[in-house]
Design a binder for this molecule. Structure first.
Ligand SMILES: Cc1cc2nc3c(=O)[nH]c(=O)nc-3n(C[C@H](O)[C@H](O)[C@H](O)COP(=O)(O)OP(=O)(O)OC[C@H]3O[C@@H](n4cnc5c(N)ncnc54)[C@H](O)[C@@H]3O)c2cc1C
Length: 389
């Protein structure tokens, strides 16, 4: 019987591992197939809102990785041209009390290692590296093939294989990614010796014409993750392109001394182009479904792509456990439950990106509006996002 076979998960990234742990904890056999090694090598940071950390706690992952994380006290918003501080969104205790889970920043490798360790410790989960899911055949269950021709059977298949998903081609073959017209540059630098405000225990968000800059501590506060996003730039596939630091600086020539000083002291920039995907007609076809970036990539302006993948995994496991003999029905229910929230988040992220990059009088109006809001109101606007869904 196909139902006795494991659930196959293509992709051992943040979404794939979270889903496997959630399924495993519900007593469901899950096999994760990862094309490379189960290790995150990009030297980048990540923010995890309370909506993600609450789930990670439930999966037994949060406590393990907590020592490597940082709990920022607030987001400080600055005008990138004048250097003026515009607003504060309180995090730290404030956010933790409001949402029942912390807002954290950490190195992606630490998140990945925590997920990997939890997956290893969850008995019905098995992890296979070096399996590049290519051929997908549906019959009584699902058969997938590795690039080398090796075949594997499962009850169903979850495509957690990221932005350039192969599984998506079998669910929504007409879907095409398009360049979103912006490039993200990132690097890490030691935190020791940095001047204020870069030494502060906060997330800094600097807004400017056609560009913005984000920095936050990672590695338990030992390093600062810096991300600069500029409109334009070249279109390239992959997360880890070499980047020209001088070219990046040319997008910030009119920026204030302080913000430029951070960019100038940073080295080893890596770049990746941002992509959008129109809403898919469906995420699921029979016993095959998609989650995370494979289903609904989100622009990084709310720092929520990984959090959405983690939420997807928890929701999918809940419905699968309730309908394990009928994966297709479980996948339909999961998709219906998740679509409204992921669509709202994609639209909000796009809108935030436009607001971050305003120019001229619109920029000044934005700065004034940000200054009028109380700190509590600044956080309250995210209740729908960070609160219990
Ligand atoms: C500039 C920027 C900053 C960001 N910052 C944040 C942030 O602060 N917070 C946040 O929540 N999100 C952030 N994100 C988004 C986040 O990184 C992604 O949304 C998240 O990684 C998606 O997880 P995923 O599991 O869907 O895909 P991925 O993490 O991309 O994992 C996909 C996995 O599938 C594997 N794979 C691919 N194809 C195959 C195949 N055919 N067979 C087998 N394996 C395969 C890949 O090797 C990879 O391991 C950011 C994104 C950008 C661009």
């Amino acid at each position: 019987m196909a139902q006795d076979l494991p659930v196959l998960i293509a992709g051992g990234g943040i979404g794939g591992l979270s889903t496997a742990i959630a399924l495993g904890r519900a007593g469901i056999d899950a096999t994760v197939l990862e094309r490379s090694a189960f290790a995150e090598e990009s030297g980048a940071g990540i923010q995890l809102g309370p909506n993600a950390t609450r789930i990670l706690r439930g999966l037994g992952v949060l406590d393990v990785m907590l020592p490597q994380t940082f709990r920022p006290e607030a987001v400080w918003l600055f005008d990138g041209l004048s250097g003026r501080r515009l607003a504060t969104v309180p995090l730290g205790d404030h956010a933790e009390q409001r949402y029942g889970a912390p807002y954290l920043t950490l190195h992606r490798a630490d998140l990945h290692a925590g997920l990997r360790a939890a997956a290893d410790a969850t008995a019905p989960v098995s992890l296979t590296s070096g399996f590049d899911v290519s051929g997908i055949q549906a019959g009584d269950g699902i058969t997938i093939a590795n690039l080398d021709g090796t075949k594997l059977e499962g009850s169903s298949l979850i495509g957690a294989d990221g932005l350039w998903s192969t599984v998506r081609k079998s669910v929504a073959p007409e879907a095409a990614l398009s360049y979103a017209g912006a490039t993200a540059f990132r690097t890490l630098l030691p935190r020791e010796g940095l001047p204020a405000p870069f030494s502060a225990p906060i997330i800094g968000l600097w807004l400017g014409p056609k560009a913005h800059l984000v920095h936050y501590p990672v590695c338990a506060g030992g390093a600062l993750n810096v991300v600069a996003v500029t409109a334009g730039g070249r279109e390239a596939q992959g997360w880890d392109q070499t980047a020209d630091g001088a070219g990046l600086l040319s997008g910030f020539t009119r920026w204030c001394k302080e913000s430029k000083s951070l960019l100038e002291r940073s080295e080893g920039w890596r770049a990746w182009s941002l992509f959008s995907l129109p809403a898919l007609p469906q995420w699921s076809r029979g016993a095959v479904t998609l989650l995370g970036d494979a289903a609904h990539p989100v622009l990084p302006y709310l720092a929520q792509g990984a959090a959405l993948a983690i939420e997807d995994g928890a929701t999918l496991a809940k419905y699968f456990a309730a309908s394990r003999n009928d994966p297709a029905a479980a996948f339909r229910t999961y998709e219906n439950a998740r679509r409204p929230r992921t669509t709202r988040l994609q639209n909000t992220a796009r809108r935030f990106g436009r607001i971050y990059h305003l120019r001229g009088p619109a920029r000044l109006a934005r700065n004034t509006a940000l200054g009028l809001r109380s700190e509590t109101a600044a956080l309250r606007q995210f209740d729908w996002l960070y609160g219990v869904d």
